[in-house]
Design a protein around this ligand. Structure first.
Ligand code: UDP
Ligand code: MG
Length: 313
């Protein structure tokens, strides 16, 4: 483009034990987005990998459009994303997984959408092929629940893979420590559209999500973006209090009229168990929120950088 200013694209990639995928990732992205009229810079975040991810990143970074940040330990994908977004200085920014499950070729179509006037172009999976059925089931249930009880809309199957304009700065303004990106991106608003695509297997390596890891992630999502569990606990507590008032009145009258026969032990036990259970549940829910407050008040940094080839920070 003679004389024209070339706009920049920052590609933010969290990487945890991705030694086998990184080189392929870079060459695939470069190959499949050849026609994109943007100058690409990669921002890899080595999230405390225990394999040779850092070594490979150093090797790749002889190319000056490849930057890396290396954490002092594993801080999780959300922290890695945050670190990358803080450094990314392109006119457009995209967030991608290193395992090529996010097809780079889609960037072309996403860029077209941006030019049509969208601020954020996200992606969502239309199928969950290649995923254990039980995991799909829980994922679907999670989205059903969260959309009923939270004002922040979350589309089923949404990936972190998205292309957005510079306005991403607003995401960094959310100072919360417990970061749930899917909710944050939706919360900040902007004109957003989602492109559907078929799920695909990662090119190499293994997923770092366990079932319980995902379960914890969904509970975090709910607690961070909804107060509904607290309301439910309050409501259930109120109803059972009212019921027990009415019941005691009923038994008082009954005893006064018919006398007291030793009866109703099963009912008693059931009631005690029920109420005890409800109380423990409510305390547990409240505890989750208090734990969040506790973590937020400590104001710990989301991550610690051990080394990086980015000079500006
Ligand atoms: N990842 C990370 N830190 C972690 C776990 C994962 O940076 O603690 C990165 C990982 O390297 C990959 C992306 O997050 O680029 C998605 O991870 P994965 O493929 O394991 O998740 P899945 O695609 O199965 O949801
Ligand atoms: Mg993956």
């Amino acid at each position: 483009m003679d004389g024209e200013i070339v706009l920049k694209l920052s590609i933010v990639v969290p990487a945890y034990n991705e030694e086998e995928t990184l080189e392929l990732f870079v060459s695939e992205v470069n190959k499949q987005t050849e026609k994109l009229p943007l100058e690409k810079t990669f921002y890899f975040i080595n999230d405390g990998s225990v394999d040779n991810t850092l070594g490979i990143l150093k090797k790749l970074s002889v190319n000056k459009n490849i930057k890396y940040i290396s954490f002092s330990k594993n801080f999780g994908k959300e922290a890695a994303l945050l670190a990358g977004l803080r450094e990314a200085d392109g006119d457009y920014i995209t967030v991608m997984d290193a395992d090529l499950q996010d097809p780079p070729v889609m960037l072309n179509e996403m860029y077209t959408k941006i030019q049509e006037g969208f601020d954020i172009v996200g992606t969502c999976r239309v199928s969950r092929d290649g995923e254990p059925p039980i995991r799909s089931f829980f994922a679907k249930t999670f989205y059903k629940i969260i959309n009923k009880i939270s004002d922040t809309e979350m589309v089923d199957g949404v990936r972190d893979f998205r292309l957005m304009t510079r306005q991403v700065d607003s995401i960094l303004k959310l100072k919360e420590n417990n970061r749930f990106s899917k909710g944050i991106f939706s919360w900040v608003g902007f004109k957003t559209t989602y492109l559907p695509y078929e799920n695909r297997e990662r090119v190499a390596g293994t997923t770092s999500w366990s079932f319980f890891g995902l379960l914890k992630y969904s509970i975090d999502g709910i607690v961070n973006f909804s107060e509904a569990p607290l309301n439910i606990a309050t409501f259930v507590g109120f109803v059972s209090f009212l019921t027990s008032c009415l019941l005691s009145l009923f038994y008082l009258v009954k005893t006064l009229i018919f006398g007291d026969a030793v009866q109703g032990f099963p009912t008693l036990i059931v009631l005690i168990l029920l109420l005890g259970g409800l109380q423990l549940l409510s305390i547990g829910i409240i505890g989750k929120y208090i734990a969040k407050i506790f973590l937020e008040t400590k104001k710990r940094p989301n991550y610690i950088i051990k080394e990086s080839n980015i000079k500006s920070n």
